[in-house]
Design a protein around this ligand. Structure first.
Ligand code: ACO
Length: 329
């Protein structure tokens, strides 16, 4: 077998996740805003979410998930030379949350930085890490999606506050030589898109350079819903075309967990069998960049996703941003 950058694959070597202890059910929310369990379940499929407590910042959640992923891979922080955190809820405006995690896990070399693509952040971070590993410049990446969206929410706005939750998930990616076929383990293809014309549909109404405040999440739910299915199915079709695979070849479909109706409609449009869909939105709500690694971790730990399985991840989020990655686990 020849060696060379074109045959390097980013193989998942470990996974971990972390959820804050505090669980908030729809019944709990009924006491806070004018909503009902029925409305939330019917419109979104969400039943529970976890909310970070005092001192549980994004970097704290991320560090727990990172340590779990490192333990799963049998590695320590210093075995990692690239650390990327996908988040839109950093501890501070700067430095990056990634550098906080880097210090916390005892990683004393390499590079750490944040990626901001809102709910698509984990897919963007995985694609970024994949490019670094494929180029041969780095050997092992820790890719983390971590969010404390509860701190961006307007808790008086029932149209948004019932939808989101907090959490973190992490994967270790390791550069290993493959044969260059879709039978290789690792990331097989990634497809990222964005269209900045859609800001008003999903945004935070504050920031350092505008209001000087953190701001609150604002969303036109119907507009987001209308775009979501076509955007995420487009990038999945791109992934199938790039690899010569079809929906039938997938073992698991692990979408961004925003809304059960978007997930089911996307799967149906592409002919992905319902039994292949990993769903955690019922228990986690929408945890933005954390949702995919949280769902992946749940499905790995309960034995559904196994080495060699073909797994599609995809997401769509504010910007708009959207993307997909096809991974041989
Ligand atoms: N409880 C009870 N009633 C509510 C609530 C609530 N929490 N929120 C809104 N309503 C009411 C509205 O006020 C409205 O009442 P009206 O008809 O008297 O005016 C009614 O319910 C319907 O409101 P819509 O916004 O039209 O409801 P819709 O069926 O579109 O569902 C939802 C709203 C769930 C937000 C849906 O549009 C959606 O899922 N959109 C996608 C949002 C999403 O997934 N965003 C995240 C993706 S990107 C990312 O992850 C950051």
């Amino acid at each position: 077998m020849t060696s060379g950058p074109t045959h390097m694959r980013s193989v998942v070597a470990g996974i971990g996740s972390f959820l804050p202890a505090r669980k908030v059910s729809n019944a709990d929310l009924e006491k806070m805003v004018d909503t009902t369990d029925d409305w939330i379940v019917q419109r979104t499929g969400i039943r529970n979410r976890h909310i970070a407590g005092e001192g549980e910042t994004t970097s704290v959640l991320a560090t727990h998930a990172a340590n779990a992923a490192l333990a799963d891979a049998g590695l320590t922080g210093n075995d990692i030379d690239l650390l990327i955190v996908a988040t839109s809820t950093p501890d501070y405006t700067f430095p990056s949350t990634a550098t906080q995690v880097q210090a916390a896990i005892g990683m004393l070399h390499g590079a750490a930085f944040d990626v901001q693509a809102v709910c698509s952040g984990f897919v963007f971070a995985m694609a970024t890490a994949d490019k670094f590993l494929m180029s041969g410049s780095h050997r092992r990446a820790l890719v983390i999606g971590a969010e404390t969206f509860s701190r961006l929410l307007d808790w008086n706005d029932r149209t948004t506050c019932v939808l989101f939750g907090d959490g973190a998930g992490a994967v270790v990616l390791e550069a290993r030589e493959g044969a260059g076929t879709i039978k290789d383990r690792g990331m097989l293809t990634t497809h990222l898109r964005s269209d900045g014309r859609h800001r008003e549909k999903l945004y935070v109404d504050g920031g350092p350079s505008t209001t000087g405040t953190v701001g609150h999440l604002r969303m036109s739910g119907r507009d987001v819903f209308r775009h979501a299915v076509s955007m995420v199915t487009d990038v999945m079709v791109d992934a199938f075309a790039a690899t010569g695979t079809t929906a039938e070849d997938l073992d698991w479909f692990v979408p961004h967990q925003a809304n059960r109706r978007i997930i089911d409609a996307s799967a149906e449009k592409l002919g992905i069998a319902p039994g292949k869909i990993v769903v955690t939105v019922d228990q986690h709500g929408n945890t933005s960049a954390a949702s995919i690694p949280l769902a992946l971790c749940a499905a790995v730990k309960d034995g559904r996703i196994k080495a060699g399985d073909l797994v599609m991840i995809e997401a769509m989020g504010g910007g708009f941003t959207w993307g997909s990655a096809l991974i041989r686990w």
